[in-house]
Design a protein around this ligand. Sequence first.
Ligand code: PMP
Length: 279
Amino acid sequence: MKECYLNGDYVDLADAKVSVLDRGFIFGEGIYEVIGVHSRKPFALSLHLERLDLNLSEMGLSNPLSSEAWSSLISNLISRNGCAFGTIYIQITRGKAPRNHEFPKASCPTVFVMISESAAKTELEKVIAITAEDERWRGCHIKTTSLFANTRLRNLATSKGAAEAILQYGGYLTEGASSSVFIVSNDGVIYTSPLDSNILPGITREIVIRLSVSMGVPVIEEKIEISRLRTANEIWLTNTSFGIRCVSRLDEGIVGDGQQYEVAQRFHKQLSIEKGIMP
Ligand code: PMP
């Protein structure tokens, strides 16, 4: 049986219980974090803990644990579950309170952490994506558990045989329903949307941008008209769970030559080296 962490205890996932009055259940009010595990080690932990801190302050909550305590909690979960590759999921809500839109004066946060195992993948994956209108709120920089708009958009993509919905707002690219988006123009320049309240500050996005500097092809962060995706040589999706994926077909059009995606291959390799899953 898988073990998770709930409010200070390690318990079987099937036995972990929270109150129906938890504000996460009643209002979908909570924040979360997803951290990659590669060869039994959390990847880019400090970046994830920094983002967790920012999200907690958006909620007006102080961090319930120190960085050292987070680090040992995560190591404990990895070893207790014998997990070599996968993801750690952290969720924090304001906890249980009588149902009222107003934040409770005193609250005892719910802190939940679980681990999911998955296979290590070293091949660059290619997927189909659709474009869709970004119907989310303008607080997308917060990693909130209120994800109905995202799940709805992802399911729209699935219903059209695609793996992801790439979103546009006011004619400009924002991001994917569960990923950051990069494009490579036909003169080899890499672009991504700038950080604002329309996108989540993805950790993989940040790592790709840092890698781009050391690889000598710095990513340009600028507003991208959605029409530019139609002529791009490459379109990448990035997130913690899958790293970098290439979009081979967007709506009805083939992206680039549909095959090679050389810039993505180089970044995928470099990212895999950083994660310690490629020599
Ligand atoms: N944008 C959205 C909307 C996401 O849900 C995610 C993944 N949670 C990302 C971007 C990528 O973020 P990260 O690289 O931190 O996983």
